[in-house]
Design a protein around this ligand. Structure first.
Ligand code: AHR
Length: 667
């Protein structure tokens, strides 16, 4: 036998014996290690893909305050309608004036197209509201209909209500109706009528709004119930908001300004949404931010979900991808002119935590929440970076930190290593974050399947500096190739990668998959965790992976080894990734195993230090088709399956099917 052939057969023997080996995983079940933070698995919300207006925020009227740059965008008018700009809300001054057209058969009115239509569900109640007045005095009536333009003639059958308007003063009028049909794509039509069938009286309308009555927690300025419920069901430990790139803005004027997002909803000014034009192949010229879902509502949801709030604020740099770093006129604030930006951060802490007698604490109290929101975290900047010869980000961050750390040492501050998980931007910032003593650093990685299976990434956090700031994986997702964007295999690789978060819980303290939401008719970016149209929603496989990690988080990492090595899909590990934790509150040992390979793997779980297991279950997420995905029509194609397993002693012999994420919960 030639030497080359001999070596090849030796290698083949070694590989086949590795494949045939029993995958014995030894868990030191009585040696709890690093604490797994309550914040470990969370959610990240950004108004992208019509996530806020047209998504989670349950408002159904688009451009309700007539403030889009084309003031009547989303509206059709008929009869005599004028646009005016001296309305009752100084930050939203526009409104419409409806008058007699000159002929009783030429009706006057307006009609709104909603976000991809206005959908109603049979038997559900809807709350219409409008600010209105009769500027010349007297009384009028408006007839409000939800009409299906596709089936004319049936219009009068659908939801209808009448509202009487009286007097010269602006007042808020409300009316309720019950939908007679489930219809996906209608419009909201408003006719001006004479009071008591009398003559038409000129009538002004402002802030025209329509909400389902059954919002999350029944709130008036509420969230869509199914979507908020999906977030709550995930059991998030932390909630990062409001972005993402929208925090930075394409220019300074369009950055997210939290102060504009609080107070009476009628007077929150409109902001541009960069996702309306970022991708010209997914162009949405009618995508703006109404701020109806603002910082108060974000904090309120954190409270509802029992998780930590993690607001992100502008550091004075607008999107660095879109702007020249030298442009300190429109794009960036000069380093010595950051006072108002830093003050925004200080005031935000006061809004969240301040006493009701403080300026911003009072704003919170006036909105109905005198108790503090107990903010503990604040991120300064989203995806910012320095250059070799220009400390664009860190020079600004230092200014923020010098004030914030003095005024609010109780808060944990989060910096960023930019948009990439490696490369020059990352390499420049990483050591600086340590030098500056940030509490956490936000890392982002939207990467392909290969990246998730490369050894360097599978072992990424095993090698991290234990003395550096803790890691917040603030935006990440596995992006597949071709058409399958939320396909099962991407979720499986995320599950495998996340074993590295848990194993390194002494370093990784938070992780939030991104983006969170997408409207099927209005997305700009995919994959996403939760998808919806106006009536239905579904959870992607990635959502379920996040949810399984969050539900079975545990309190402390347990050492787990196979052949004396951590289990991270190495060549002798048969496609297996694994991690173990104990939940000190429930006494459960939790073992998560991802088998990304094509073959089922026999696994022996040997729980050292435990005499006898008394009960056990396994929850699996599996598909035979790596490209399969959940859809609106088949929302439960791939969902976690739970079964009890018989246990006894401290050894569990099991098999993890091919392409499966399995969570063993053993008592
Ligand atoms: O999640 C989509 C975008 O990805 C975020 O806005 C940004 O932070 C990142 O580049």
């Amino acid at each position: 036998m030639k030497m080359k052939t001999f070596l090849a057969s030796l290698l083949a023997l070694a590989v086949s014996s590795a494949n045939a080996q029993t995958n014995e995983m030894i868990v030191q079940a009585n040696k709890p290690g690093a604490t797994i933070q309550n914040t470990m698995y969370g959610i990240f919300f950004e108004d992208i893909n019509f996530a806020a207006d047209g998504g989670l925020y349950a408002e159904m009227v688009k451009n309700r305050s007539f403030e889009f740059p084309q003031n009547l965008m989303g509206w059709r008018t008929f009869g005599k309608v004028e646009l005016k700009d001296d309305g009752p809300f100084d930050k939203n001054p526009h409104y419409v004036r409806l008058s007699y057209s000159g002929h009783h058969d030429k009706h006057t009115g307006i009609e709104n197209e909603g976000y991809f239509g206005i959908a109603t569900k049979k038997g559900e109640k809807y709350r219409f509201s409008v600010w209105a007045r009769c500027p010349e005095g007297g009384k009028s009536t408006i007839l409000v209909q939800v009409v299906d333009n596709a089936s004319m003639g049936e219009t009068q059958e659908q939801a209808v209500c009448w509202v009487d308007v009286e007097g010269k003063e602006w007042k808020k009028y409300t009316a309720e109706f019950t939908a007679k049909k489930t219809m996906p794509k209608q419009s909201l039509r408003i006719f001006l009528r004479g009071f008591n069938k009398g003559p038409i009286t000129t009538t002004d309308l402002e802030h025209v709004s329509l909400f389902p009555e059954d919002t999350w927690k029944g709130r008036e300025n509420g969230m869509r119930k199914d979507l908020a419920q999906a977030l709550c069901d995930m059991k998030p430990g932390v909630f990062r908001f409001p972005g993402g790139c929208i925090v930075e803005g394409t220019d300074l004027n369009t950055r997210y300004q939290w102060k504009n997002s609080v107070g009476p909803v009628e007077n929150r000014p409109l902001n541009e949404n960069r996702w309306h034009y970022t991708f010209d192949y997914r162009f949405y010229p009618d995508y703006y931010q109404s701020y109806g879902l603002g910082f108060f509502e974000f904090f309120q949801m954190c409270e509802d979900f029992g998780c930590e709030a993690l607001p992100v604020i502008s550091c004075g740099l607008s999107c660095q991808f879109q702007n020249d770093i030298k442009d300190e006129k429109n794009a960036h604030v000069a380093i010595d002119s950051l006072e108002s930006y830093i003050q925004d951060a200080v005031d935000l802490i006061e809004f969240a935590n301040g006493d009701v007698n403080t300026k911003w604490g009072k704003v919170r109290a006036d909105m109905g929440h005198p108790e503090p929101f107990n903010l503990h975290y604040l991120a300064v900047g989203n995806e910012q970076w320095d250059y070799k010869d220009n400390e664009a980000y860190t020079a600004r961050l230092k200014k923020f930190m010098s004030v914030l750390k003095k005024k609010h040492p109780e808060i944990k501050y989060i910096g960023t290593t930019g948009p990439d998980s490696e490369g020059w931007k990352f390499d420049i910032l990483k050591p600086k974050m340590k030098e500056m003593g940030l509490d956490l650093v936000d890392e982002h990685f939207y990467r392909n399947e290969k990246w998730f299976t490369d050894s360097i990434n599978r072992h990424r956090y095993d090698k991290y500096d234990r003395k550096a700031p803790k890691i917040f994986a603030g935006e990440y997702a596995c992006h597949g190739k071709g058409k399958k964007w939320n396909h099962f295999n991407a979720a499986l690789l995320e599950a495998a990668f996340m074993t590295g978060y848990e194993r390194n819980a002494d370093v990784v303290n938070m992780a939030t998959y991104a983006p969170l939401f997408a409207h099927v008719e209005g997305w700009q970016w995919r994959p996403d965790a939760i998808w919806y149209d106006n009536l239905r929603s579904f959870k992607s496989c990635s959502y379920y992976v996040q949810s399984l990690y969050a539900h079975y988080k545990g309190t402390n990492v347990l050492p787990l080894k196979m052949n004396n090595k951590v289990v991270a899909g190495d060549s002798d590990q048969n496609g297996l990734f694994a991690t173990a934790a104990v939940d000190k509150n429930t006494g459960e040992t939790i073992i998560k195993i991802a088998n990304i390979g094509e073959k089922a793997q026999p696994v022996k779980l040997n729980l050292k230090g435990i005499k006898k297991l008394t009960s056990g279950k396994v929850i699996t997420l599996h598909s035979n088709e790596p490209d399969a995905e959940n859809t609106l029509d088949n929302p439960e194609k791939i969902v976690p399956q739970e079964k009890t397993i018989s246990v006894g002693g401290n050894i569990l012999d099991t098999e993890v099917p091919a392409k499966t994420f399995a969570v063993y919960v053993l008592k």
